[in-house]
Unconditional design. Structure first.
Length: 242
């Protein structure tokens, strides 16, 4: 059976690479006014996505622009459910939304917090049960989405290292980011072909790779995306949105 995956990127966040990255990805996660973005940036990013046939997704995050949504906040599940639903609906007011991917600290917390994961999945289902949820493989968020009858695209990260329990290494920890392009591509290829990733302790852990995240604010993101697309094509791996 032919292998395939999706390439997604977080856009509309002011990184400055949106136009160059859009032709290289198949899913765009668009900031919905929480951690970044506003109606003007959302509309501009949607226009770019439609021009290149890229699937549009909502990228809701904590309303914490000062920390770019990357600081964990003590917010109850009902409040999370409300702002996630509000941010998705804001993007849906201007575009056909195909998927939802929480941003930053919200994403990481939902990967392990059952109540928070259920709140996000509930907000997605209430908004549109046809939406696909991008979530870490084997995470609380993936399980909650499935429990709500939603489809899940298991997400992996090209430029992040993994802990032995399958979670991402915190950005504050040494070695959290993979800065060498060849090493990041090699990690992606193993995750897709073999279904495993090398953890920081040297062990291989199982992982599902339905969609690969390429960070637009990383080092040389456009060059990396070009390289990744070339490697996937050479390996006969089709790139398409979920």
């Amino acid at each position: 059976m032919k292998m395939h995956t999706d390439i997604n990127c977080d856009l509309g966040e002011g990184a400055g690479h949106d136009a160059a990255l859009m032709p290289l990805i198949t899913s765009a996660n668009i900031a919905c006014g929480g951690h970044a973005g506003d109606l003007a940036t959302m509309r501009a990013t949607v226009v770019l996505a439609l021009r290149h046939g890229v699937a549009i997704g909502a990228h809701p995050g904590f309303v914490d622009r000062e920390n770019f949504g990357r600081r964990e906040l003590a917010i109850g599940p009902e409040a999370v459910r409300a702002f996630v639903r509000e941010q998705i609906e804001l993007l849906r007011s201007i575009a056909l939304v195909r998927h939802v991917k929480p941003h930053g600290a919200l994403y990481n917390m939902a990967a392990r917090d059952v109540a928070l994961a259920d709140a996000i999945a509930g907000a997605v289902h209430e908004t549109d049960p046809a939406l696909v949820v991008f979530a870490p493989s084997n995470s609380a968020l993936a399980r909650a989405a499935l429990a709500h009858g939603l489809r899940v695209a298991n997400e992996v990260f090209a430029d992040r290292t993994y802990q032995p329990d399958g979670t991402l290494t915190p950005r504050s920890a040494p070695g959290a980011l993979i800065r060498e392009g060849h090493a990041a591509v090699a990690q992606v290829m193993r995750m897709i072909r073999e279904g495993v990733v090398r953890a920081t302790d040297g062990t291989d852990i199982p992982i599902a790779a339905d969609t690969v995240c390429v960070h637009g604010d990383g080092p040389s993101p456009v060059e990396f995306a070009v390289r990744l697309r070339a490697e996937l094509a050479a390996a006969g791996i089709e790139v398409r949105a979920p």
